[in-house]
Design a protein around this ligand. Structure first.
Ligand code: ZN
Length: 163
């Protein structure tokens, strides 16, 4: 009888070769030193592999991963908050600049509107007195807000271009 194939030897060793074919293979190995020793080798290997266990995770594995996730979440939340806080500031700065621009034209705009003329008569000198500092302040404020916005958005764009 021919020697057993490697597949037959491995199947015999791990117990998946059964029935008449398994019986014949077992009989052959009993009378054949070469196939018998190979089956013994495979059997020993199978036993060693079965004894292996999944490696133990470090005790603090879950905690470390969760902490890393939380740090990232906090970082993203801080960036979102900066952006959200900058939006009303940006709107306020635009409003102030538009208001400053309109206040230079307001004398023409309110001609013929008696109530507004009275109101303007009261607050007009106040606006007139604060017009230049208000305008300068609004421009400086807008510059600061735009700088903050560009710093906040830059990392997001950088990440997008990387991926
Ligand atoms: Zn043999």
């Amino acid at each position: 009888m021919n020697h057993l194939t490697d597949t037959q030897l491995q199947s015999l060793a791990d117990g998946t070769l059964r029935g008449p074919e398994g019986m014949a293979a077992r009989e052959h190995c009993d009378g054949c030193a070469e196939c018998g020793s190979t089956v013994a080798l495979y059997s020993a290997l199978d036993a060693r592999l079965s004894a292996l266990r999944d490696p133990q995770l470090p005790a603090d594995f879950t905690g470390t991963v969760l902490a890393a996730v939380q740090v990232r979440e906090a970082h993203l939340a801080a960036r979102r908050h900066t952006l959200l806080a900058a939006i009303p500031a940006f709107a306020l700065a635009v409003f102030a600049i538009v208001g400053w621009g309109l206040s230079t034209q307001v004398d023409k705009l309110i001609q013929g509107v008696a109530v507004l003329r009275v109101v303007w008569g009261v607050v007009g000198p106040v606006f007139a007195a604060t017009r230049v500092p208000l305008g300068i302040g609004a421009f400086v404020f807008l510059a600061v807000v735009l700088t903050l916005l560009s710093r906040t958005l830059k990392p997001a764009y950088a990440r997008l271009s990387e991926s």
